[in-house]
Design a protein around this ligand. Structure first.
Ligand code: PAF
Length: 279
């Protein structure tokens, strides 16, 4: 496995790869959720590239850019043991010639970013799309793998690929959960042991909603029930969108994706999770 931190070496290395290329874009601090993307990519491609890059332009001022966990050696070990061909781990300077204001960016449509995570994280999805587009161009990948936990991100990337005719297939991979249903996230590392318990109420609210829908609960009932379960969290949103359009829904139906974002009480860690209510 090659560990590459500069663009010219990556380009040179890719010239010599034979067969299909799968890309797994990550910000590192790899966990079993990432491992599931990597395993799928390794199973479906002749070569897999994992990018490890904490992308500064997708963090707003005051967010956790500086404290975001960085553990490249450990990440490389996981990649090596999983059959990855290349880990691409550039510095911000290697990826960007200047600050965000001086760069050409890809800005997804307003109606997709002015809600859910985009509402509290202005500019976030411009940063995500711009780095993902660069990674698509650099890697020359045939397929790229993204997790469904970041449902809005996945939807926006699929739209970008369609709108801009990127020649790449986006593979959407299921959320990986701990045994007690906590969705895996690199930000779980921030949680105190008390917060870890409290954070469980996010998935509890989602799984409970799924059960309540079977009994005929409506949107109001689900919101009330979820708020009740998540009393110890600072809930940012509980929303319901059509999984095919990401438009808000007034009524629950077979396409409803329920999404939650909430902050934990001590470290103010922002966690997200979602569930298809009718699966
Ligand atoms: O989901 C992430 O880890 C990041 O948003 C991504 C897609 C790697 C872009 O930096």
């Amino acid at each position: 496995m090659k560990i590459i931190d500069n663009i010219s070496e990556l380009k040179e290395e890719i010239k010599h790869l034979k067969g299909s290329i799968g890309l797994v874009p990550t910000m590192g601090a790899l966990h079993l959720g990432h491992k599931s993307l990597i395993d799928k990519a390794v199973g479906e491609n002749d070569n897999v590239i994992v990018s490890v890059f904490v992308n500064p332009i997708q963090f707003a001022i005051g967010e956790d850019l500086d404290k975001y966990p960085r553990q490249l050696e450990k990440d490389c070990e996981l990649c090596r043991n999983s059959g990855v061909a290349i880990v691409f781990a550039p510095s911000p300077k290697e990826m960007y010639s200047g600050d965000k204001n001086s760069l050409t960016l890809i800005c997804p449509p307003y109606q997709l970013v002015d809600k859910l995570c985009g509402k509290s994280r202005p500019g976030h999805f411009d940063g995500v799309c711009s780095v993902v587009a660069k990674l698509f161009n650099l890697s020359k990948a045939n397929k790229a793998y993204f997790g469904q936990k970041d449902a809005q991100q996945l939807f926006i990337i699929q739209k970008m690929v369609k709108d801009l005719n990127f020649d790449i297939e986006i593979i959407s991979c299921p959320i990986v959960r701990e045994e007690d249903n906590l969705a895996l996230s690199s930000r779980n590392k921030y949680l105190t042991s008390n917060e870890r318990k409290v954070a469980l109420n996010i998935s509890k609210a989602l799984f409970s909603a799924k059960e309540e829908v079977k009994k005929g609960a409506n949107k109001r009932n689900l919101i009330d029930n979820s708020l009740n379960i998540m009393q110890n969290l600072d809930v940012e949103y509980i929303e319901f969108v059509d999984k095919n359009t990401f438009e808000f829904q007034q009524e629950i139906d077979k396409n409803t994706l329920m999404l939650i974002a909430a902050r934990t009480p001590d470290t103010n860690t922002r966690l997200i999770d979602n569930i298809l209510l009718w699966e």
